[in-house]
Design a protein around this ligand. Structure first.
Ligand code: ZN
Length: 73
């Protein structure tokens, strides 16, 4: 025997909000560029292709480099 504290209310169908491609495109481009910069620092920031001198950036992303299978040492 089920007892309800409040009478059930009629439910309205849930309609997902529309996300036009025009609104998403700038964010997709921004995060795409951000991911490419991150991929550069993880995968190529070393030696002759180094933008930042020294080994600091390389050491910070060293584990990620090995995790992703980039050649390192
Ligand atoms: Zn390494």
């Amino acid at each position: 025997m089920a007892q309800h504290a409040a009478p059930p209310t009629p439910t309205t169908p849930v309609v997902p909000a529309e996300l036009p491609l025009r609104d998403i495109a700038p964010w997709a481009v921004f995060f795409g560029i951000l991911m490419l910069v991150l991929l550069y620092f993880v995968g190529a920031e070393q030696g002759a292709t180094s933008v930042v001198s020294g080994e600091d950036v390389h050491e910070w992303v060293h584990d990620a480099r090995h995790l992703l299978g980039f050649p390192c040492h």
